[in-house]
Every structure is written in C-alpha cells, then in structure tokens.
Design a protein around this ligand. Structure first.
Ligand SMILES: [Zn+2]
Length: 438
C-alpha cells in the first residue's frame, strides 16, 4: 500500500494539481468531429446545410446537441422560448450564472460554422472542466438559442423584450413561430417565463465566426467585438416625368434614373469619405415604367446604412439628404426618403469582458483585434441584461451564409480556448474592478 501511495497516488495528485485553470486546453479533434456530425442534420447534396428554425433538421440537430449536453453532465431543459439550457452547478450557491453559447439554426443553403462553432465550443469547455474535475464558483449555463436566423426569438425572449405579435409570423420552416415553438418544446403562451432578470446573469460570452474577412485578410486569430452595428433602411422614391425616349430633347427631360445614378454615387462618396467604419449600400432599384423606349418617370431604390453609433448614422443620413436636394434641383426631380426598417443600435459589449477576452487570448499567444460586428447576433439582445462579450474567429475568405463557409479547426480550437479562459477569469472575479491584478 505504501508503495502504491508513493508511486501511484502522489504522482497522480501532482498531475491533477498541475492542471491549473490557465493550463487547461480544449480538444480540437473532438470539436472538429462534432461540427462534422452536426452538419449531417439538414445536409444539402451540394454542401452546407439547410437547417432553418423549427424544421425537421433543426429538431434533429437540437436532439443531437441536447444529448451531448447531457453526456457532459449538464442538467438540460428547454425554456418557454425554445432555448436549450444546460446547467452545471457552481461551488457557491446563490451566485449569478455565467452563460455562454450560440445557435444551431441556419439560413436556407447555409454553412456549417455560423452558430454551430459557438455551441460545440461551449459544450467543449464543460467537457474540459469535467476532465480536470474543476468546480467553478458560479453556476455555468450552456445555451442554444432558438431561431437566431429568423427572429432572434430565443435571446429576445430571454432578455425580456419579446412582443407576442411575433408568434403570428410565418417562419422559413412554413410554420408560424407559435407552431414552431410548440414543435421544439417551447410554450408560446408563457414567453415571459423565459426572461432572466437583470443581475441573474453574471456575464454572457458568445464565440462566433466573423462572417467577414477582416481577421482572415490580416492573419489575426481572435477578434474582440466592440459592438454590433445598428441597421437603418430607407426607401428612396425619385419622381421625374415619364416621356418618349425618341422625341424628348435632352434638355427637356426630368429623368428619374439619372437622378438615381447620381445619388447612388453620391451615397458611396459620402459614406466612404466620412472618417469611421460605417458602411452604406444601395442594393435594390426599380425604374418605372421600365421600358427601353420610355424615360423613367419614377425610380424606387433602397438605402442601407450601418454603424455602431445611431448618431453617426443620423449624421451621414443628413448629408445624403442634403445632397439629394441639390441633385433633385439639378435634374428637375423630387427625391423623398421613407424610413423602412430600423434595428436600433444595441448596447456595446462590456468593456471588462472585452479586456478579459483580450488577456485570455494573449495568454494563449494569440493575436487579437478590436472590431465591430456587421452582422446581428444573439449577444446584442443579451447585452441589454448582462455584461456581454463576443469572440470572433476567422471565416476563410470572409464567406458566410453559404455552403462554402469554412473555419479552420485550429481557429475553432483557439476560439474555444479563449472562451474557456475568459469564463474562468470571469469566475475568479475578473469583472470586479476592485480586485487587484484582475
Ligand atoms: Zn450566427
């Protein structure tokens, strides 16, 4: 027995003790295998997946990740909004939960990384904590949000802001959201029951693929997201007068298309020349009456402006409007803007969580970059009720919402390691500014 203690038990204890939190690493192979397995649900013959929320593929994919969560020892429930939540208790009762995860629903003809990486990596973090028999102070919750690509139903309900009107909307699956929610085990009549109160969540962290090409182009492994851009849409109507293309002299024309062309160039110029990272797009245009031999009397076109600051969007819009007035005068047309859609600018990610993500990445020897997110994520809803952080990993060539979407296994593992270390730092009190050295 003495020999056994000396040669077996003591070295074993030393090995376990050596597994300090900062030395824990995720299993890249397991992440890759699970991503490929998840890709089977809703797989398209020509690559990628169509796993729209509430579809058969979505329901099967949810079963698969629920099984992984249970096998990782989590106690799994589906809340009223259809979110799958797996809980691992902490050492100290009464502490708020540290929550992390993403989504597994896709757009039609989508890829295998958008959302999936965040979910599989979140489960991987729990696997590694189990493997090291490591107990956190806070309870942990892994979350798979429902219907991210359609309505952001899950995170919206969890943050408490969901309007029941959304239940009538027909989703991509062909089911209304009400029917869809029932199909995934939610309860459309108790959406308020899914909400967390402020203070119940210590922090929320989401790992996601960038879906743009900034990290890929610059060879940077980790993006630290500062905030998610707000999106404003307008419909622009330009009224001139329709007339015969053969008999109307050039100096007598009020050509709505010419005004539209000038305005489109002007929008591009204003958005490009203004310092900052805003983007602006005219993506749709329709000329009336739309015949080769008629001068267009009316053009209807779209304007999409995005930035982290609503004020900035407003400033740029005012400059565009002023230019439109002078183009209208010069071309004899009337130009009107009608607001079409506004996703208000969500609160920025939490400064302290950003710092912890940065520190975690650097401790792993990874290069980081602070950046905005041009696409929407569940994190934007979560930021309304909890300190929130988003970790980006590179998308090859910046391709997303496409079967060609790809993120290298090493990048997924880097992101998962940063997620794990960030959670551990939050658990150790990293969010409290008064703790020295945190
Ligand atoms: Zn996503």
């Amino acid at each position: 027995m003495g020999v056994f203690v000396l040669f077996v038990i003591i070295p074993l204890l030393l090995v376990v003790a050596a597994a300090t939190p900062s030395a824990m690493r995720v299993n890249q192979q397991r992440i890759e295998q699970r991503i490929l397995k998840l890709a089977e649900f809703g797989k398209n013959p020509d690559g990628g997946v169509s796993r729209v929320a509430f579809s058969k593929a979505d329901i099967e994919g949810r079963k698969y990740v629920s099984k992984l969560m249970r096998e990782a020892g989590l106690s799994v429930r589906v809340d009223a909004a259809g979110n799958i939540i797996g809980r691992r208790e902490g050492k100290e009762p009464g502490r708020p939960v540290i929550m992390f995860g993403s989504h597994i629903d896709s757009v039609p003809q989508g890829g295998n990384y958008d959302g999936d990486v965040g979910v599989i990596a979140a489960i991987e973090c729990v696997e590694i904590l189990n493997q090291h028999d490591f107990a956190t102070l806070h309870p942990l919750e892994v979350i798979v949000f429902s219907d991210e690509e359609g309505s952001m139903l899950g995170s919206w309900a969890l943050a408490g802001g969901l309007s029941p009107r959304v239940l009538q909307v027909v989703s991509q699956s062909g089911k209304t959201i009400r029917e869809g929610l029932r199909a995934i085990g939610g309860d459309p009549d108790d959406l308020a029951g899914a909400a967390y109160a402020e203070g119940e969540i210590a922090a929320f962290v989401e790992l996601h693929v960038e879906q743009g090409s900034v990290l890929y182009d610059e060879g940077i492994q980790i993006g630290v997201v500062e905030g998610i851009v707000g999106i404003h849409w307008w419909e622009i109507t330009i009224d001139g007068s329709a007339n015969h293309a053969g008999t109307t002299p050039m100096n007598k024309r009020r050509d709505a298309m010419v005004a539209a062309a000038r305005l489109t160039l002007e929008i591009n110029e204003i958005v490009t020349q203004t310092p900052g990272r805003q983007v602006g797009t005219v993506g749709r245009i329709r000329a009336e009456p739309g015949a080769p031999n008629v001068i267009p009397g009316r053009v209807v076109m779209s304007l999409d402006l995005r930035d982290l600051s609503a004020e900035k969007i407003e400033q740029i819009f005012e400059r565009i409007e002023a230019q439109a007035r002078s183009i209208g005068e010069a071309t004899g047309t009337e130009i009107a803007f009608e607001p079409l859609y506004v996703s208000d600018v969500p609160p920025p990610t939490d400064r302290r969580v950003r710092r912890l993500i940065d520190e975690s990445a650097r401790s792993l020897g990874l290069k980081t970059k602070r950046m905005p997110s041009g696409a929407g994520h569940d994190a934007q809803e979560m930021a309304r009720i909890a300190p929130t952080g988003v970790i980006f990993v590179p998308s090859v060539e910046g391709i997303s919402h496409s079967p060609q979407e790809f993120t290298h296994p090493e990048d997924m593992a880097n992101g998962a390691n940063v997620l794990l270390q960030t959670i551990l730092r939050i658990d150790r009190g990293g969010l409290e500014p008064d703790i020295p050295g945190s």
